[in-house]
Design a binder for this molecule. Sequence first.
Ligand SMILES: [Zn+2]
Length: 420
Amino acid sequence: MKKIIIVFLIIFIVGCNKTAQENNGKVLSEYEKLLDSVQETAFIDSFTIYGRYFNLTGYLEKDVSNLSLVLKNEDIEEEYELILENTDSKTSFQTTELINQGINLEKITSGNYIIFLKEITDDKISYYTLENATNYTNLDYYTITKDDKNQKIDIAFDKINDKNFLYLKANVEKLPEDIYDIVIDPGHGGIDVGANKNGYFESNINLEYALLLEEKLTDLGLKVKLTRQTDESIDNYGSEGRVSVPYETKAKLMLSIHMNSSLYNVGAGGVEIYVPNHADITFAKNLAEEIVSNTSTNYSANVSNKISSGVYLRTLSMADLEDIKESALEGGYEPYEKATLDSTYYYIIRETGGIVTSAYVDSRNKEKEWNHYYASNHGCEAYLLELGYMNSSSNLDILLTEKDEYVNAIVSSVREYLEI
Ligand SMILES: [Zn+2]
């Protein structure tokens, strides 16, 4: 009797293992087939997601001139152009120069892909598999909600028969409760009222705009998260902080809503959209244009940091860098070496993009809050919207009476940009 029980147990265990191996083996053999033609190795030294875009950089230990990136599964082969730089028999490659361009994850069809490089020369085609030379292991992304549907995309490195490779898996999946499409940040709040004029506080106007924007974007089927729902002070960093929310929710886009004020620019007023450094500014230009054409406000007359009508890029100045060094000296910590003239000035844009926007507020300054996600390879595309100047009575009047027109203009440009 005992013997029979033992025999049954063994059969059961073997049976289980076999099924698991078969399932795993099926997926692995698909990759194995795809990997068959790949002979040599290229190294990846950065792979990131910013907003909706996946990008990578890497190098080959040889001189090549005609190289492209391939995403391939059994049915589909997508090819992406690479930007190449050749130095001392080494080739560096990257998928984009602008942070909000590259491989648009919204356009990926469901399936299991391997990602590799393809080199075409006069007499042959060579393939290069990708090996991870970073400290990062994987990325996961949820597509923007469309018709109540989302895809989950996993990007990670794996190894079969000593061959390293990068794969991408895209599957329709229910959006987890804590994942969102867009984050709206009503600037200031609580004791920090921001600008004020004639008894109106910027923090309250920002919140009114944010709530209306949330309503209209939600009506389009998008999942929207606000950094604050009421008139309250919120932290910048730490759990549910202004900067943490886009990371925690894996949001694709963040709009920080503000009203401007100036001691000098009293009469003029106007809209100013602040963008991240090294970004394509199509969305910001369109946003400013929609606001100017659908409300009574103008493009701002402010010329400092202006890069296009209504579009502004502010980066750290020499004086800002001196201040950063000075505070480090006073606080007894090492200055942030990642703060350079290339860094975006506004923390809400810079600190929400992780390594892509060179977020630098790490934990070295123990006295202050720090950005727990500063080293993340998955960032959110963020913009700061200064919708008008509160100190100009005529502009304030427009801000108070044309909220609907403003919000409709913002919704329209978001729709166009996110293709929904
Ligand atoms: Zn403000």
